[in-house]
Structures are given as C-alpha cells and as structure tokens.
Design a protein around this ligand. Structure first.
Ligand SMILES: Cc1cc2nc3c(=O)[nH]c(=O)nc-3n(C[C@H](O)[C@H](O)[C@H](O)COP(=O)(O)O)c2cc1C
Length: 166
C-alpha cells in the first residue's frame, strides 16, 4: 500500500555508491556519491552531483577532472569513511587504507577493488537545486567482472539480490 509522505518517500530510492576521486596540485581527495550515474551513451558521459560545501567540489571545479570508482560490495566501509569524513580534517586515504592506482588521462588517483572505474574530464558544470552537477566526458574505463556492486538503500549498504527472470 502506498503511503503519501514526501519526506519519508526520499528514503525509498535505491542507488549504488561511487567513490569520487579528485586532485588539485598535490592534494588528493575521495568522497562518496550516490548521485552519480551515466547520463549519455554516445558520447559516454557520467554526471555527479556534488554539494558546494564539499572539499571535493573545490578540487573538481579547479582541476576540471574526476575519477568515478563504483564500489563493490566489499567496500561498504570505504563508502562510509569517504562519505562521513571530509578532507577539511581527515586524510581519508590513510584512514580507510585505500589502495590506489593511476590512470592514463587524469591526475586524480583511482581506487583498487571497485567493480568499475572511469577517468572523467569535466565538460559542463551547472547548479541543480542545492548541488553542483558535474558532467564528465569518460576518457577511459576499467571493470572487474568478478566483483558485485554495493547497493545503497534507506541509508544502509546491501549486497545485490537474486536475479529476476527477464
Ligand atoms: C553513501 C553516501 C552517499 C553520498 N552521496 C553524496 C552525493 O551524491 N553528493 C554529495 O554531494 N554528497 C554525498 N554524500 C556526502 C559526502 O560524501 C560527504 O559530505 C563527504 O564528507 C564530503 O567529503 P569532502 O568534504 O572531503 O569532499 C554521500 C555520503 C554517503 C555516506
């Protein structure tokens, strides 16, 4: 039975979580973003919504690039750390013992252990309500077919459920 409740209904969307990586100068950062999704097939574009008060906003807008590292279901703790601490006072790479590697097109670090990873160059930024939308042209992509995605629902992390026919 559907219950009419605008506030509570917001908890009933389901997403995965991307670890959004950025670098400006010698400063690296990572933040969790559930609002991160492919927005065009050809060209391959990924959009990510970033709050203006985030340190990541500052780094991405200055550098014009970002990494999108979609979490595997082994990375719930990383998603928690990257989404609940800020570069303002925490080195999240150290706190989460986050293993990184470098791509071919962007300077921001990329994250090991993810299900898929993308190197993105910002081609557009605009305001959507209280967040900035960064649209990234995807320059390169990686995947690990042995991993399963992290599912985010009602503020909690889950494994992917069973396949439904069709
Ligand atoms: C699971 C999860 C998903 C999140 N999704 C977003 C998001 O899509 N956009 C956003 O701006 N913040 C999101 N956040 C909050 C940021 O990750 C959080 O404010 C983070 O501390 C920002 O770090 P920074 O200041 O180092 O950039 C999310 C947090 C969690 C735990």
């Amino acid at each position: 039975m559907l219950i009419e409740d605008l506030d509570k209904s917001q908890n009933y969307t389901t997403t995965t979580v991307a670890l959004v990586t950025s670098r400006n100068g010698n400063v690296d950062n990572v933040m969790s973003a559930e609002w991160s999704i492919r927005v065009s097939i050809d060209p391959f574009l990924i959009g990510v919504m970033v709050g203006y008060e985030r340190e990541s906003y500052r780094l991405i807008s200055r550098s014009g690039e970002f990494g999108i590292n979609y979490c595997s279901d082994e990375q719930g703790e990383l998603a928690h750390i990257a989404g609940n601490y800020s570069l303002k006072d925490t080195n999240k790479f150290q706190k989460g013992h986050i293993a990184t590697f470098y791509g071919k097109f962007i300077k921001a670090p990329l994250i090991k252990g993810c299900i898929s990873v993308y190197e993105c160059r910002v081609i557009n930024e605009f305001k959507v309500g209280d967040h900035a939308a960064f649209i990234g042209e995807v320059l390169n992509g990686y995947y690990d077919g042995t991993k399963k995605p992290l599912v985010f629902h009602q503020g909690k992390f889950f494994h992917l459920g069973d396949r439904i026919s069709h």
